[in-house]
Design a protein around this ligand. Structure first.
Ligand SMILES: O=C(O)CCC(=O)C(=O)O
Ligand SMILES: [Fe+2]
Length: 271
């Protein structure tokens, strides 16, 4: 495992084969290439984040992402291959992410299951299949606007050839590197920042578009159970390091409006 300045972890030897990752890439590409009428069958319902389509438009001046995306927490019935492959992918990633949670707990000298226990049995893994179409004016649009993830962790399978993902550090944007085809990237999300009382930071990132080439990525968000209260774990709160965040429940749903406005939901949880 390699860590880029604590912004992003690069994980290899994770037990997910290159052939399997290639299959995920191919299915994403195939889904995004379906005729629009076909994709509309899976269109997101009003008020739901799940399904095919861009962000909900709530304000006249809202910045929209230049992207074709399918977000799944439950599986679309007719897309059988996508459903089966996603199920397998999710199971494999779950094993990886459990190890990461434990390693991070141990690195802070905490009981290894403390973060996993806080996320509870009803934690979900939601997957977003992204296709960023080429854009002749990349200076005018953004693939995904600057944001930090609302998950505890995000596992990202990025395009192997086309750059686009960038991370913000000290006011400057840094390109995420192109990684080999058997590598997945993991970044800390807001809910891990809260549980670690701010020790692990959820980095702000964005995706820029490319003039000529489309870009594919698949992001899986590990989201703590909506029934669980997420807050700094006991071992990380002390007189020297007071509690920085209020307890939050169902963070993703409650704070989606902040995200749509380009604001950081974690601000609402700061004490
Ligand atoms: O496409 C990417 O590389 C990242 C996408 C992303 O940041 C997200 O879906 O939250
Ligand atoms: Fe993200």
């Amino acid at each position: 495992m390699r860590v880029f300045d604590f912004l992003l972890m690069q994980v290899m030897n994770h037990g997910i084969t290159k052939a399997f990752l290639d299959k995920i890439y191919k299915l994403t590409k195939e889904f995004c290439a379906l005729p629009s009428e076909e994709k509309q069958k899976y269109a997101r319902d009003i008020g739901s984040i799940q399904g095919y389509g861009n962000d909900m438009i709530l304000w006249d001046d809202q910045v929209l992402d230049w992207i074709d995306r399918l977000y799944i927490t439950t599986y679309p019935e007719d897309q059988r291959q996508l459903k089966e492959t996603l199920h397998e992918y999710t199971m494999k990633q779950h094993l990886v992410i459990k190890q990461v949670f434990k390693a991070m707990a141990r690195s802070l000298e905490l009981e290894e299951n403390c973060f996993l226990d806080m996320c509870g049995e009803n934690a979900t893994m939601d997957t977003r299949f992204n296709m960023y179409p080429p854009c002749p004016r990349p200076d005018k649009v953004i693939g995904v606007k600057p944001h930090a993830d609302k998950s505890a962790f995000t596992l990202l399978f990025p395009d192997k050839n086309v750059e686009g993902l960038q991370f913000l550090k000290d006011g400057k944007w840094y390109k995420a590197p192109i990684v080999s085809a058997d590598t997945i990237l993991i970044n800390v999300g807001d809910q891990m920042e809260i549980m670690s009382n701010g020790i692990y930071k959820s980095p702000v990132h964005r995706v820029v578009t490319n003039r000529e080439k489309e870009r594919i990525s698949v992001a899986t968000f590990f989201i703590p159970g909506a029934d669980k209260e997420i807050q700094p774990v006991n071992g990380l709160v002390s007189e020297a390091r007071p509690r920085l965040y209020k307890p939050v429940k169902n963070y993703v749903k409650l704070l989606n409006n902040y995200y749509l406005q380009g604001l950081r939901p974690i601000a609402a949880s700061l004490i």
